[in-house]
Design a protein around this ligand. Structure first.
Ligand code: DUC
Ligand code: ZN
Ligand code: ZN
Ligand code: ZN
Length: 483
């Protein structure tokens, strides 16, 4: 046969077009895109189906060490299965540097864990202790090896860095050609609120949202944009949770800055009220930033439509709700400060976005493709291999039934966690087959892809994140500063 695989009679969608075509796959890549293609060794009939680029989820915590007693619920084997269950074919996850672990060792260790991945992957390097040794000696070689993104936290004890350190990381990102991603929340405000809440006996899951109201995020997003402007360094703001932060991003973009931002399904479909469910059920919805209001959800959809937010990621950070004794893993009387942050979301990301977005008419199909695949691939230097359906691109494809109604359950997520925050939600539209480089990983809800099929994706220099060359004054402070 002419092709290894032909996907026939589907409706192909990219970020710009929707058209009828067969897809011919050879050697793991799209070799032809036209009607009436010749035979394939394998054929998939896709009449009445959408044929979409596999999703690119650029914010996922996979097998990241967490502080005891909390453990990450997924391995690379289960997380990659879960991703594929929801139509995602590429993830970027995190390797975390610390005072106790060099960036070099963190990447090497994570690379070893990722050998079990069923889908393709890359890493952001988290810097929690950005010393001159790390920035000057370790990072240049790591960036050169294809790790072209950095992540910093401005809150979380044990992970956060100071603004002074953040400026140095931004400078390093600019010099080396690596995109800096930021968790932006005002640490001291959160600490002040938290202490006061605990002293007042307000310790329930819902009080997590009281400890970090929108002002905490909005201020920090603004500050990060200002730092990006001062050092002429592109940034991506992680998990924008509502209207006020989106407005800050838009203002920065209107100033011409290369500031990009993501949101996540939890901010599009959950609200702070979900943290107030009976008993400790609210713990299943505890993440940072906290989910906001319905008005914030609508503002985020609007920001996605207008391109202020360029991509939607899961921020997959799974921990189990139940402990070995059947009680909650974090203790029955745990204040919100001891409940692990983060939601499992790899599998739910694209179905939720398709259903709430495309099926309900909030976004069109091209926008769905853009924000789940094409934009994140471009933003992180994974294109043209990833993020679109085009001749020469990897045959990473999700074949989607746009009308199928599915009630979300934990079992459908194919992850290793004991719950999904989206249990019982009904979605319209579901991925039937997910292919990574032409090989099925999930088919009809069943896991068929092998551990280790995933490949590491080294990223070379790319123009999208080139600095603008515009500083507030004629002086370039970055190239003069000693790291
Ligand atoms: N927030 C984060 O910033 N990371 C992981 C989980 C979460 O809720
Ligand atoms: Zn974060
Ligand atoms: Zn402001
Ligand atoms: Zn995160």
């Amino acid at each position: 046969p002419e092709f290894d695989l032909v996907i026939r009679n589907g409706t192909v969608a990219t970020a710009s077009d929707v058209f009828q075509a067969d897809i011919g796959v050879r050697g793991g890549q799209v070799a032809a895109l036209a009607r009436g293609l010749g035979p394939g060794a394998r054929e998939i009939e896709a009449g009445g189906r959408l044929v979409l680029p596999g999703g690119v989820d650029t914010h996922t915590h996979i097998e990241e060490p967490r502080s005891p007693p909390t453990a990450s619920a997924d391995s690379f084997a289960s997380a990659s299965a879960s991703a594929a269950a929801g139509g995602t074919t590429t993830v970027i996850c995190f390797a975390r540097q610390s005072a106790a672990k060099s960036a070099t060792d963190a990447v090497a260790e994570h690379m070893a864990r990722a050998q079990r991945s069923r889908i393709d992957y890359a890493f952001h390097i988290i810097l929690t202790d950005p010393t001159p040794e790390v920035l000057e000696r370790q990072l240049p070689a790591l960036v050169e090896a294809g790790h072209r993104s950095l992540k910093i936290f401005l809150t979380y004890e044990g992970a956060r860095i100071t603004d002074a350190q953040a400026l140095r990381v931004l400078a390093a990102g600019r010099r080396l050609g690596a995109l800096v991603c930021v968790h932006a929340e005002h640490h001291e405000m959160i600490a002040f609120y938290t202490e006061a809440l605990l002293a007042a006996g307000l310790t329930l899951p819902k009080h997590h949202a009281w400890a970090k109201p929108m002002v905490v995020e909005r201020e920090c997003v603004h500050r990060v944009c200002a730092m990006a402007e001062a050092l002429d360094t592109p940034v991506q703001i992680f998990h924008v949770s509502g209207a006020e932060s989106a407005a800050e991003i838009e203002r920065a973009q209107a100033r011409g800055l290369k500031v990009w931002a993501e949101t996540c399904p939890q901010y599009l479909v959950l609200t702070a009220d979900d943290l107030d469910r009976p008993g400790l059920e609210g713990a299943k919805f505890l993440c940072s930033p906290a989910p906001r209001t319905v008005a914030d959800q609508e503002a985020l959809w609007e920001a996605l439509r207008r391109g202020v937010l360029s991509n939607v990621t899961s921020d997959h950070a799974p921990t189990r709700y139940a402990g070995p004794d059947g009680k909650t893993a974090f203790g029955e009387d745990a204040p919100f400060t001891r409940i692990p942050n983060g939601l499992p979301g790899l599998a739910a990301r694209m179905p939720l976005l398709f259903s709430e977005g495309v099926s309900k008419g909030r976004i069109d199909l091209q926008t769905f493709v853009a924000i789940t695949a094409t934009n994140p691939a471009r933003l992180f230097g994974l294109d043209p291999r990833k993020g679109s359906i085009a001749v020469g691109a990897d045959a990473d494809i999700a074949i989607w039934d746009p009308t199928r109604k599915v009630t979300l359950t934990n079992a459908l997520m194919l992850h290793d966690n004991d719950h999904t925050p989206y249990e019982g939600m009904e979605v319209t539209g579901w991925p039937e087959v997910t292919l990574v480089r032409g090989v099925p990983v999930v088919e009809g809800g069943a896991l068929v892809g092998a551990e280790g099929h995933g490949q590491f994706l080294p990223r070379g220099p790319y123009a999208m994140i080139a600095p603008r060359g515009v500083f507030p004054t004629p002086f370039n402070p970055v190239d003069r500063t000693l790291l």
